[in-house]
Every structure is written in C-alpha cells, then in structure tokens.
Design a binder for this molecule. Sequence first.
Ligand SMILES: [Zn+2]
Length: 140
Amino acid sequence: MQDCIFCSIAAHKLQENYIIYENGRAMVIADRYPVNFGHLLVITRKHYENILEIDDDDLKSVIVLAKRYALLLKERLKPDGIKVLTNTGKAAGQAIMHIHFHIIPFYDEREDKEDLTYHYRMHKALTDDDLNKLKELLLS
Ligand SMILES: [Zn+2]
C-alpha cells in the first residue's frame, strides 16, 4: 500500500538497518521510538490494517515470531517481564495502520541497573549506537 511506512520497510525501501529478521510472511524490526531498550515490532509483509483483517496463516507466522523473539529478548537482555501486544484502531493507540505486534521488555527497578545494557523508558528515537548494540545482542 502506498504511503504505508511498514509496507515500505517490508519492500526494503526504507529503514533497512532496522530489520532484525525476515521470512516470506513476516519481519521483526526494531521500534524507532522504544518504550524500553529492546522494544521490537513484528509486522507482516503484506498490508493488513489490524488483527481483525489479517489472514490466519500470516497471523500464525507473526505470533510464532513474536514468541521466538520474546524468548530471545528474555535470554539476552534478562528483562523481568515482557509485553506482547497489538493495538487495534486509533482509539486503542494504533498509530500505524499496518498490523504490528509490539514485543516490549520491562525491568524492575534494580540497584545494579547501571551495569545492565538497557535504558529504562527511553521514549526517544533509537540512536544508531543503541540499534547496533541491540543487533549485536540479538544476532550474535
Ligand atoms: Zn502497509
């Protein structure tokens, strides 16, 4: 679909360096405005607005990838909890009208926080350094 940022990423026309993984149906990308360090998105290659529209086989691919990358985040970033969610409709907080599942690691406040490779609630654009750090942690 024209002017859809996720369709452009899926077509390798945009933000190629944010792509963490891809297969024939879906992709895992780094969120450009992470809630926490390690915030990922799983998107479909094909355009669907949301979970109410998505084809079942594409949904299976997306949710299986969400599980796989939640496990990988747990192993590599050691979060205390992880949210896996999809917003459906503007009123529910959906900002980009192409289905995407968020995978967001959460961390308890801890004394050893400074020693860990995360930034609690960044809420700002992911820097190239953090993107590279994330890719190194997940892809090594
Ligand atoms: Zn799209």
